[in-house]
Structures are given as C-alpha cells and as structure tokens.
Design a protein around this ligand. Sequence first.
Ligand code: ADP
Ligand code: MG
Ligand code: MG
Length: 890
Amino acid sequence: MAKRVYWFGGGKADGGAVDVALLGGKGAHLAEMASLGLPVPPGLTITCDCCEEFFRNDRKLCDDLKADVLAGLKAVEQETGRIFGGSESPLLLSVRSGSRASMPGMLDTVLNLGLNDETVQALGHDAGDARFAWDSYRRFIQMYADVVMGLDNEIFEEVLEDEKGRLGRQNDTDLSAVEWQHVVDLYKRLIEDELDESFPQDPHVQLWKAIAAVFSSWHNARAVTYRTLHRIPETWGTAVNVQAMVFGNLGSTSATGVAFTRNPSTGEKALYGEFLANAQGEDVVAGIRTPQSITEEGRLASGSEKPSMEKLMPETFQEFREICERLERHYQDLQDVEFTVERGKLWMLQTRNGKRTTKAAMRVAVDMVEEGLITEEQAVCRIDPPSLDQLLHPTIDPRVERHQIGSGLPASPGAATGEIVFTAEQAVDAEAEGRRVILVRIETSPEDIHGMHAAEAILTTRGGMTSHAAVVARGMGIPCVVGAGSMRVDLRNELLTGVGGVTLKKGDIVTIDGSSGQILKGSVAMQQPELSGDFGKLMTWADKARRMQVRTNADTPQDARSARSFGAEGIGLCRTEHMFFEGERILAMREMILAEDETARRAALEKLLPLQRSDFTELFTIMHGLPVTIRLLDPPLHEFLPKTEAEIDDVARAMGMPPAFLARRIDAIHEFNPMLGHRGCRLAISYPEIAEMQARAIFEAAAEAARETGEPVELEILVPLVSLRAELDYVKGVIDAVAVEVFGETDVKIGYLTGTMIELPRAAIRAHVIAETAEFFSFGTNDLTQTTFGISRDDAATFIPTYQRKGIIEHDPFVSLDFDGVGELIQIAAERGRKTKPDLKMGICGEHGGDPASIHFCENADLDYVSCSPFRVPVARLAAAQAAIAKRNA
Ligand code: ADP
Ligand code: MG
Ligand code: MG
C-alpha cells in the first residue's frame, strides 16, 4: 500500500504533494497553504485511498494506518508544543472530512477532540479561561455524539435551550464556566440514558472512532444522494484531515468566519464575508447569533450596527486581506475561505474555488484578464456553457416569494407570466388581442405550433425533455415545463389543478419557471437579461479561440433574426415543413397531400409556391452573406392530415369532393410506422413535383434576395433520409433541372450545393459512395440516434428514465450524443466521406448541436460546424471555443 498519511504545518508540507485526487480538496489546499507559508494549524491528511481500504476491512482502521497517524501526531505535537491526551498542555484535534469533489455539508467533521474530564481542566488552566474550556468540552460531546454515536444534535440543543431558559440567558456566550460544566454533566447523562454507554474518556479511542465515523460518512444517505445528483463516483472516497485545533471561542479577541475574495453574486472585486466574535466552527452559518460583516463597506451595505472585523481588529484584518489577495493570485480564481482568529492571531482553515452566479463568473473572469491574472483563453474556460442560459432569458427575481402550485421538468429555460389558455386557437386569438398567454396542454403536437408561437411559455403535464413541446420550445427560445405529472389538465372544463387542489381556470394568471421546472400562481417580479460588456468581451474571446462554425436551426424569420443577433454564422437547418402549418397554408398543403393525381397535386403546389418563395426570400435577406441550409420536405404526411370532422369538411369543400370520399383517402394514406414510412427523400421520389416546387421557391427566392441585398446566401439544399446513393442521385437530378430552368428564366445564376442528411446507419456506412454525389453532409443526430438504437424518440420518455435509474444507461442519448454507438457511426461516415471528397463540408444539426459534450465530440471528429436552436448559439460558441482550446492543449 502506498503512503497513507501526509503531514503539513510550519511552512512545509510532506512531499509537497498537491494532489486533490489523493488528499481531497481540503487536505491538498491545506498542504498548499502551509507550503506557501500561510498560517495553517499543523495536521495530517489520511488519503482518499485509505477510505476504500477502510470499507474493504469491514469499516476497521488497519494497524499500519494507526501507526502512521500516531507518527504524524508526534510531528504535530512537536510543532505545537502540546501533547495529545496530556494532563498538561493538551493537544486538541479537529477530525475533518474532505473529498476530491466539493460536497458541502454532506460529510462529517468533529472539533475539540481529545477533551475529557482531565484535559478540560488543563486546557482551562493553560488558557486562563475555564469558561472557554468547558464550552469547548460541551461542543465536543455534542459533535462526537452526533457524528460517532449517532445521537441527534437536536436533543442536545433542547437540553441547552432548557438550561438557558432556566438561567435566564439569551446567548451561549453568556454562560459561565460553572454553568457550562453543568451542561457537560447533563450531556453525559443524556448519552448514558439514550445509549446505555458512557462518553469515552480515552483520547485515542475518541480519535480512532472519529476517523472511522468520518470515513463512514462517505456512505451516509445524504452524501449518496448528493453524489448521484452531481455524478460524483462512489469509488473516490473521502480523505480525513486530523488537525491541531485553534480557538475562536477564547473571548472577544477571538473569532471565526468565512469569506469570499470577491462578491460571489455580482463578481465585484471586494472582499465579502462574515464572522462571529467568541465563537467556533460553524456557528457563523448555523444562525446561532447574527454574524457581523468582515469589511466596513459590507457593514454599511447591510445597515448593521455591529462593528466589522476591519474596525474591531484592524491588524488581523489587514493580514487577512493580504492573505486573500495572495490566495487569489496563487489559485488565479475567486476563493471561498474559512478562518479563525485566536486571541488576535489569524489561522487559515480552508480555501477552495468559490461557487458563484453566472453573472459573477463572467465579471470575475473578465476582471482577472484585465488584472493580468489569467489569459483570455483561461477566462473562456472558466464559464460553464449551459449557465449562459441564465443570462439570455428573463428570470424570476430571486428575492420574491414563490407560491408554487406544481412542478415538472425544466425543458426550456427562462420565466414567463400570462393567462392560462388550453388550445392553440385560444393562444392565437389572445395574442391577436395583445394578451400574454401560457399554453397549457397535456402534450403538444405539430398542429399546436402556431399556438406555441403565440404563447409566452408552455406547460404540459406529460412528456420528457425531448418531447415535442420541449424540443419546439427550446427551438423558439420560450420557457417550457413538461411532464408536470402532479398537475391535472381538464380540457373539457378548461381547468388546471395543482398540488393541494389549487384549481385555476382559463384566463387565470400563472408563472412558468422553465429553469427550475416550477409552476407558480399569479405573476411575480422578473429580472431582464443583461448582455452587458462582460458577456460581449467573453464571447469575442471565445470566437477567437474556436475553430468550428456555429450555425442555427431556424425555420422562421423570427428565429433567424434572433439567432443572428446571438452570433449565428448561418443556418444549419431550415425545416421547410414548419412553414406549412401556419394559417391558410395548411389547407393548401392538405389539398396537395390528398390530391388523387399529379394534375390535382400540381394545382395545390401552385398555391404553395408563392408562400414558400416569400418565406425563403425573407430568410435569405436576413441571412445575406452567410450559408443557409434548406431541407426538403421530411416528415410523414400524416402529420399534416385533417383530424377533426370540421377540418375534413373544410378540406373537402376546398377540393370540391364529398367528405366521406376524403375520409377514405385519409385512411388509405395511414401508415403503421410513419417515422419509418413514407417520408424524407422517399416523398420526393414518389412525388417529384413536391421537390420541384420547393427547389423553384428556393432558387427564385435566392435570386430575389441577392438582388435586394447585393450579397447572396451560400445556398445548401439538403435531402433528408437518404440511405442509398441512387436516392440522392434522383433527387439531385430534379433539383439541378429546376436550377437550369430558373437560372434561364431569371438570368441570375446562384451557386448552390446539394447534400444529404446522414441520419440512417446505412448512409453512415456507405458514406464514401454517397459522397460521390453529395456535396456536403449534415448529421441529423436526432434521427440517427433514433435509428441506431431503434428507439422512437417520441416514445422514449416512458422508459429512458427507468433505464437511467437502473443504471442501464447514464445519459439520455437524445440529449447528449451516444459517443460509443452513434458517435462511431459519425466518425465512420466522416472518414469515409472524406476519402471520396477530402473537402466535404460536414456539420451536425439537431438537439445535440447545442449540447457542450456533443460539441466537444464534433471538434474531435473535425466537423466544420455545429447547428443549434437560436438561444443555444452563445452556449455553442462558448463550448466550441472550450473544445478547441482543450484539443490544442491536449
Ligand atoms: P466542512 O467541510 O463541512 O466545511 P470543515 O472540516 O471545514 O467542514 O469544518 C467546519 C468548520 O470547523 C471550519 O469551518 C472551522 O470553522 C472549524 N474547524 C475545522 N478545523 C478546525 C481547526 N483545526 N481549528 C479550529 N476550527 C476548525
Ligand atoms: Mg462548512
Ligand atoms: Mg469547511
């Protein structure tokens, strides 16, 4: 077994090892602070590996470990001039957990260890303060009983409260030595009553049991849950730090406190923290007394009367401030520190990179570049890409009270308030009257698109993170909560029932928080997004660092405009079918689909042509100068078919045929498995006139927009669902023929590429052959995931969560790319495609284009661009930069 125990203190650290994986965060940073010469009480760290050994030995400490700990203690005794268990100058210890990843408050710590009926006297004598000694002893009994003996802290607090009541005392600090001694007696009796066992007097027994208890806390229920939530491996284990105690409870010149080297909520460069005089350990956070501000500035800001540390102990404060600055320079990041002052002498007890809001993270990163502490690339790597979402949408003011009536999955971030409506039509009508609405559905379907556009936010009671509502809302950048299973939607009576039976009717006001998944009653105060200077600077640095382009998936002018404002460098996917749902268009679309022969179909297509052309013209005008990929009609036709009787009547009237006859046509088109049915390029092959109409609309629009803007788009026409080269050849033939026609008519020649989606395993495997025709590849990872796994995305929500819970898969492959399977297909396709055409342009579209892990994969697969929904564009720009930096530094 490797070295088990590392020593630190007196300006040195054993082996100088700063290995967080071995010593845990707390131990590694204590050692590092010690070797920087900062005042750190001496101690030793038992490695994380010993935790594993401990569990292997049925939760027993092995003799070798004990011997190493005792040897380390000798050094601590020498350094402090105190003896562990000594009847004179006793050494007291803290036994502190500290794992590799920060798990705040999840693991246990015991303070003041080594006290017993004898050493307590010696401690009081040494310090000349018996009150302090007895206060420390009762603290020790309380913590030890909790952590080691499993007695709830609360029963001790009750005894103490009773005693304070009896004595008529307000604060703990008001109790005298004798009174604390009495509390100690009461505590010891309480333990005997509860457990039939007495409080251990032997300091070595205390030590071994405390170390074992801290190791054991690795497997306590709250730690296990925390690890699951934060994906921290079970195998890491915790280190144990055994450290000489210093005392913040030694009267009014002593104190304990916590601080951030900069403000963690705004990022402002100002020391920010709290302390309590004559207190110990976690008293500051435990809310026993109201803590005082560390700086004078902080005291003034909080309007407190109580003196700041800066005022109360100016010299110690000065030293503390300098140490904070030193730590920041050393770690090149905002630090979160814990400290204690013992009779005016400052001791540092912990430092780590501080948690902060996104806003603060930006400010700190930008300031540190300007201060010369870090480089621009380091700053770019400091920001967690998904956290940008917090900045791009309105959010609920964190200070307001929330009246929560339900919750679901946080499917699309941001918050919105509005009246409840239950159908897409109601949403559209209300919007036309200038009212803000929240569309509430059991689930949504493509027919609800216009209503979703009109709504401020969407709430569904069914479906998962990749349900229709979730995907579309993310695409539109509107807040959405899905799968709110605790709520009930009664469509007939237009009622929404929440937890506790709160029932809301149509027109009542709700607020949706798509970032947390909460549904709140009424309206609440919001904070508007602020894309201020720091954001702009960081994004510029990110753009400098990245290699891949970032495009957007945009179907409407509105999407394209917002994506361009977020920095999109083109459209990677425009799904033309979404253009067919709006208003009157759906009628023409239905006529086209239900047409009995080519002549009737062409007549319907004639009506669609000008509509498509004007949509494309607007899109191309907005995106002038940039690449735009237009995908030909893809989804199964049934998605467009009329469903209600009224809809069937409408179409029948327009087509001049009896409704019953039309109903039979609809039946004839019915497919058993539409996702694998008559869709994609298969439609263009059966009905080339559809592709002809679309190609004509595209070319005519491109010519017109080029004339208007003077800057044509880089046109890319995308053929969906290809598995055979011959399919692509056929459709490309149709497109090229139309191009020749239109260019002849308009006398304008527009450059264009024809490419294919790689979204079927066969296409990936045969990429070298398909690349003979294709001029670019776009990886449609939604369908490729669907077809690789043979899992229907629309039905995945019923079992993927179970798979995750049972540990069968780790991530939902529709959210984060399955590198092993789908990823390998992408790599194969990229490699084979490039073998045929070395410069073949390749990108990824689909939900994964905005997922940072998937973006890293694309960087490593050498793709040219990623394409994601408009609101994810900044996230993707940042993630692409981080991926490029990581690859360069690898
Ligand atoms: P956590 O990881 O929960 O913060 P710590 O091990 O940091 O637990 O201990 C909590 C608090 O106990 C510290 O913030 C500090 O105030 C106090 N403490 C820990 N070790 C010592 C020590 N050697 N001397 C004095 N106080 C200590
Ligand atoms: Mg703590
Ligand atoms: Mg701590």
